[in-house]
Design a protein around this ligand. Structure first.
Ligand code: ATP
Length: 193
C-alpha cells in the first residue's frame, strides 16, 4: 500500500505551514519524518490522522483507522499505569496489559500513578497506550522524547515486529538510523528534500 499526499495546503491565519505539499511513500515498516522544529511535522501527522483539515488530497490512509501519539503525553492523573492500557483495550483483551507494559519496558509499574513516573517513563506509557489501541497505521509524534537511546532502539524494534506501518516524527539521529526510510523535509512551508 502507498500513502500519497498531493497538493496539501494548510494555513493558520497568515502563516502557510504546508504549501501544495506532495509526498508518496510505501505504507510498510518504519518511516521517519525529519525536519527543523516548527516546520510542520506535527501538522502533517495531524492531517493524516484526520485531526486537522487541509486543502489537497490524501490517499492510502483512513483517518478513523490510525492510532495517533500526540506530542504531549496526555496521561490521566487519576488512572494508574496499568489502567491507562486496560482503558483502551476491549474487555476480551484486558489480559494484554502486561504485554504492552513489557514492550515499553514498564513492567512492574502497573500500579504506579503518572505523577510518580519520570518524563521518559511517561512518554513510554503514552506510547504503549497508543500501541495497545492499535490501528492500520501508527502516527507517532516524537515517540521517544526523553527516552534514552538504547531503550528507544529496543522499543522501536519491538514496534516494528508488530507489523503495523509506522510514520513517526523525530529529531534523533539514532531513531532516524533505524527507520526503513527517512523523509527529510525542508521548511516552512514544507518541501521534500
Ligand atoms: N493551531 C495552530 N494555530 C496557529 N499556528 C499553528 C497551529 N498549529 C501549528 N501552528 C504553526 O505551524 C507551524 C508548524 O507547527 P508544527 O507543530 O506542525 O511543527 P513541527 O515541525 O512539528 O515542530 P516541532 O518539531 O517543534 O514539534 C509552527 O509555526 C506553528 O506555530
Amino acid at each position: 500500500m502507498t500513502l500519497a499526499v498531493e497538493n496539501l495546503t494548510v494555513r493558520f491565519g497568515e502563516k502557510t505551514v504546508l504549501d501544495r505539499f506532495s509526498l508518496s511513500l510505501p505504507l510498510s515498516g518504519v518511516t521517519a519524518l525529519s525536519a527543523p522544529s516548527g516546520s510542520g511535522k506535527t501538522t502533517l501527522l495531524r492531517v493524516l490522522g484526520g485531526l486537522q483539515a487541509g486543502g489537497g488530497v490524501v490517499e492510502g490512509v483512513a483517518p478513523g483507522r490510525t492510532a495517533f501519539l500526540f506530542q504531549e503525553d496526555r496521561l490521566l492523573p487519576w488512572r494508574t499505569v496499568g489502567e491507562h492500557i486496560s482503558d483502551v483495550l476491549p474487555r476480551e483483551r484486558r489480559t494484554e496489559v502486561s504485554r504492552w507494559l513489557e514492550l515499553a519496558e514498564l513492567e512492574g509499574e502497573a500500579d504506579s500513578w503518572p505523577a510518580a513516573l519520570s518524563g521518559g517513563m511517561g512518554r513510554r506509557l503514552a506510547l504503549a497506550r497508543v500501541l495497545a489501541l492499535g490501528g492500520e497505521l501508527y502516527l507517532l509524534d516524537e515517540p521517544f522524547a526523553g527516552v534514552d537511546a538504547p531503550r528507544a532502539e529496543r522499543i522501536l524494534k519491538r514496534i516494528r515486529a508488530l507489523g503495523v506501518p509506522v510514520l513517526l516524527a523525530s529529531h534523533e539521529a539514532h531513531i532516524l538510523s533505524l527507520a526503513d526510510r527517512v523523509v527529510r523535509l525542508d521548511g516552512p512551508p514544507l518541501r521534500v528534500i
